[in-house]
Design a protein around this ligand. Sequence first.
Ligand SMILES: Cc1ncc(COP(=O)(O)O)c(C=O)c1O
Length: 406
Amino acid sequence: MSPTASNALPNALPIVQFHSRPETVDLSWGHPDPATLPVQEWTDACVGALRRYGGSALTYGYANGPAPLVEWLTERLGHTDGRAPDPSRIFVTAGASHALDLVASLLCRRGDTVLVDAPTYHLAFRVLADHGVTLVPTPADRDGIDPAATRDLVAHLRREGRRVPLLYLVPTFGNPTGWSLGETRRAELVTVAEQTGLVLVEDDTYRELAYDGTAPPSLYSAAEDGTVIRLGSFAKTVAPGLRLGWLTAAPPVIAALAGRGYIDSGGGVNHANALSMAEFARAGAYEHHLERVRDRYRRQRDALVSAVRQHLPEVTFDTPAGGWFLWLRLPAPVSATALLPYAEASEVSYLPGTHFFVTDRGDDRLRLSFSLFAPDLLEEGASRLARAVAHLTSSAVPDERRTHRP
Ligand SMILES: Cc1ncc(COP(=O)(O)O)c(C=O)c1O
């Protein structure tokens, strides 16, 4: 019943991050089903890249990323976003997480204050915290980040003598909400950033996973040079194991990244995979695979949305137009943290909303990922979750389970 991920070969060290629990519909993982990844097309792309580029595919790569991929990215972003960055504004990375770490190492000093959207991608907190910064939530309301209140907060923090170099957010099909920041808010936020010198770090990981029309233009495409650094990734569109992504930024940022010691020493990041990706795109496999995954994820989203509506009518949420997640609001007084052991006892799991805030908030929320399971299992997961809510509200979980799963 579970995806084909295997956490370990017999008697061997683990090979993947995902922990398979065959009996549980684990909706906590923002991962694709490994069985759906493009193994054959990627094999062809690797062979194609080696034939086309020979030893150049296996030697040290150009600092900013190899030309065939950078040129393709320029063209692609021209189609999928409001503005095509020219090649001097692109830097190839080992994924969006790596890009965020690079940006933080460039812009942050220990002791800085970094603003983060509330809620937002929880593992970005870890990446940023590695740089010794204090994370502060950006003021937000029902429509997302509040630009005027953000300007006031930045002014207030700076008056206190704190350095506030950047704000991290996922404004398009966000993790965990699936929401996108509206057009007016985007424009206002860019203006605030331009006025205050705050750099917006726009994590654009889900742009291509749009199920109802197209994604809104990025903040990057609407801003003056230097205001926004946008992070992109092939993890969701092609495969996370490739460890391949990019960032777009003003030329001085790109030059600073290209000039870092480890790039000088080791060359461009993930060079052979970058050339294989260029080949994957050239062969039409990127477009083809993307169409397939969009169809699959749209069906999975629809299945989970209707199952939650059917089994959990007291829960509220907005149907996401893209991405991988449903962000549920539980009926008061149900707490997502208190519900979790009941859910685990019912063989379903999720991430409590508290993960996605740097303050003590979010316990009335939970995130369900629909990326990993087929529609029938998503339906089963929602029905088990409903059982768990019923158990919690009637406190009907057996005592022995309560002791084992506090
Ligand atoms: C918003 C967001 N950013 C970044 C990542 C990680 O991206 P990558 O695998 O490219 O490092 C994820 C993965 O879940 C994500 O949801």
